[in-house]
Write a protein of this length. Structure first.
Ligand code: ATP
Ligand code: MG
Length: 661
């Protein structure tokens, strides 16, 4: 399969594939290099990506966006209090305590979990990629924010599975950008002393920074930090709220009370923000925003900066945390590589540069750096492709401990993967057990986590523990792993027992003596720990149970088929309409000498009836009916066309013969 990378943005999503010995950005059905991240639900089908954006204003209540922010989040999470203000569709608590969107779809009310929504969107992205590459897409490397908790990473993983993809790796966004940097700039990188680079991504909703040590063929993330609520949308809301206030006094309208009006103000605010990145002031006009009132105003860059002052004032915080983790100071940083759409804001760039007291580098493509890394990482995991070897280790932002019921051990838990460690990483622990037991992984320190995060990550049952004869307990060795996707697992478990084993005694040849190679080896008996048997591990993680997930996959397949049928029906309808006009035109021109008057009047009559049908009874017909109607017309149209083509061929032959003479 073609290695497939997806940078699922809060605002827009970028797709890349590794092919033709490079990384290609995949454009969508309207040739855009980024696809809006949203889903609209309609009476007959879903509108995902571009089509969703086109009908968003008229379908706000049934449009789900900001999906990435609610994926794997609990409804009762304090963070959701902040998050929900950004949504235009109603959100409800589902049976698992998660968040579902409540929308009207196919003429009735439906609820879709955040994982389902993400799966729908990823499935669409897959479809775009399949069409564009005519390829075989099965493996995916998806990037997620560094602040995603285990549960959110699991939800991202499940969403890929529901979209019938194989997630070979879930990777942190900034890490992916850094990997791209390491791989595609390999020739400029030092071979020995690593270069220290700060990678900064400020997107639509969040701000992340990672400090990396990069050298040829190798990368280590030394520190990562974030502000979960810092991005372009904060600017948009600041502008929109400013104008909402202004219009209240100036025009006596409250756009906040009218979702459609507020959405239009918000969309215009985003445009204005972008203009202000290049100009010092810009006009702001919306026709008939509400109550038939046209609004008109303007904004200067300075004013915008004053609105977002509190935001800009906390810009330095994540950088300081990341630097501290990395054990570095701003002056130790060689380069500051900046990505993400929001870093186009001049005051932000200026402030970042001031913090480091260095100019910023923009050697990475701001919008495509992450996805390029993703596609490369996916290719790394491909068994058939050979890619340049590149080793990278990521930074573990949250400490994780494993707990068990204490028996003969000194402790009932151990912090196995501390914050600041690198992953992937494997550690082995030994527990002395009388029988089967359970282990639980928990976040050690709630202070390190986004507020409200559940402590428990996963639970395991370890079965098959039988102490040796005459013993109370047996040593169980557990292989604990923080895997390449950042998931915490128990990879394997087995018991060991002490056995007397024969061992060759190594003899140091005495000085001056030749080693006697023919001498019989001498054995001694020693007590050694040897593996007794493998233990059975069953895990309850934050991932969806398999039957659950399979249900969702099946359902997603059904919804996709419905969408496909609607699209195909629309295509057939358009084809019929086009054919009617085309045939009618030709009947008066090219075909006019090739049909009898009787045929012409019969066909004209049929065309007129078909046209009437299209706008009345046939307005909302089935695909089969459109095809049947088309074929009915074509059965006569094609006879006439055949005569016309035969005559044309005759003419061509005649010309050719003339030329040969
Ligand atoms: P996130 O990373 O938070 O999930 P995302 O990846 O979708 O979101 P990006 O595509 O990196 O976000 O950035 C989108 C944001 O950048 C939007 O808020 C957009 O308005 C803003 N943006 C894009 N171009 C400019 C510009 N020229 N000036 C100011 N802001 C811009
Ligand atoms: Mg982004």
């Amino acid at each position: 399969s073609i290695p497939f990378g997806v940078d699922l943005g809060n605002n827009s999503t970028v797709i890349a594939c590794a092919r033709n010995r490079g990384i290609d950005i995949i454009v969508n059905e309207v040739s855009n290099r980024a696809t809006p991240s949203l889903i609209g639900f309609g009476p007959k089908n879903r509108f995902i990506g571009e089509t969703g954006k086109n009908q968003q204003t008229s379908n706000l209540k049934n449009t789900a966006d900001h999906i990435k922010r609610i994926l794997g989040l609990n409804y009762d999470d304090p963070d959701f209090e902040i998050e929900k203000q950004y949504f235009s569709c109603p959100l409800v608590k589902n049976n698992e305590g998660g968040i579902s969107a409540k929308v009207r779809y196919l003429g009735e009310e439906h609820e879709f979990t955040s994982t389902q929504l993400a799966a729908m969107y990823i499935n669409k992205i897959k479809d775009i990629t399949l069409k564009e590459t005519k390829g075989n897409i099965t493996d995916i490397c998806l990037s997620v924010p560094v602040w995603y908790t285990e549960k959110q990473r699991c939800a991202a993983y499940d969403a890929c599975k529901i979209a019938d993809l194989n997630p070979v790796r879930i990777v942190n966004e900034v890490t992916a950008a850094a990997v791209g940097y390491g791989v595609f700039k390999a020739n400029d990188l030092p071979e020995d002393e690593p270069r220290k680079v700060a990678f900064i991504d400020i997107g639509h909703s969040s701000y992340q920074v990672s400090i990396a040590a990069v050298k040829k063929g190798e990368l280590k993330i030394l520190g990562s930090a974030y502000d979960k609520h810092f991005g372009g949308r904060n600017f948009d809301y600041a502008i929109a709220n400013h104008f909402a206030d202004e219009f209240k006094s100036k025009y006596k309208i409250d756009v906040r009370e009218n979702p459609k009006a507020f959405y239009r103000v918000l969309a215009a605010a985003e445009k204005l923000k972008k203009v202000l990145s290049a100009n010092s002031s810009a006009p702001f006009n919306i026709e008939s925003v509400m109550n038939d009132i046209d609004v008109s105003s303007s904004l200067s860059r300075e004013e915008l900066e004053s609105f977002v002052k509190p935001l800009l004032e906390k810009l330095h915080v994540p950088i300081e945390i990341a630097l501290k983790d990395a054990g570095l100071k701003t002056e130790d940083i060689d380069f500051i590589e900046v990505v993400g759409g929001c870093t186009r804001v001049p005051s932000l760039k200026q402030k970042l540069s001031d913090i480091f007291q260095k100019p910023l580098s923009f050697t990475l493509n701001q919008d495509e750096a992450i996805v390029r890394g993703n596609a490369f990482i996916c290719a790394m995991h491909s068994p058939t492709l050979r890619v340049r070897p590149f080793k990278f280790e990521d930074f573990n932002p949250y400490s994780v401990s494993y707990f068990w019921d204490k028996e003969d051990e000194d402790d009932d838990h151990l912090e196995v993967f501390p914050r600041g460690g690198l992953f992937p990483c494997t550690k082995i622990i030994t527990l002395y057990r009388r029988g089967d037991f359970e282990v639980e992984a928990r976040y050690t320190n709630p202070k390190e986590l986004p507020i409200g995060t559940e402590r428990v990550l996963a639970k395991w049952k370890i079965e098959g523990v039988v102490p040796s004869e005459g013993e109370n307990t047996i040593a169980c060795k557990l292989k604990l792993r923080n895997d390449p996707s950042g998931f915490y697992t128990i990879e394997s478990a087995h018991t060991v027992e002490e056995k007397l084993v024969k061992e060759v005694v190594e003899k140091e040849p005495k000085e001056g003596e030749e080693e006697d190679e023919k001498a019989e080896p001498e054995y001694r008996e020693v007590k050694k720990l040897v593996k007794k048997n493998d233990l059975k591990i069953s895990c309850t993680s934050s991932n969806l149970p398999e039957d659950h997930r399979n249900n969702y996959t099946e359902k997603e397949q059904q919804l996709t088929n419905t969408d496909k049928l609607v699209a195909e029906t629309e295509d057939r309808k358009n084809a019929l309409e086009e054919y009617i006009y085309e045939l009618r035109g030709k009947l008066e021109e090219q075909y006019k000498d090739f049909a009898s008057d009787e045929e012409k009047s019969k066909l004209s009559d049929m065309l007129m009836k078909a046209e009437d049908w299209l706008y009345e009874d046939g307005y909302d017909a089935t695909k089969a009916k459109y095809i049947a109607k088309y074929e009915e017309l074509a059965s006569i149209g094609n006879i006439i066309r055949g005569r016309y083509l035969a005559k044309e061929e005759e003419k061509k032959q005649a010309i050719r013969q003339k030329q040969e003479e």
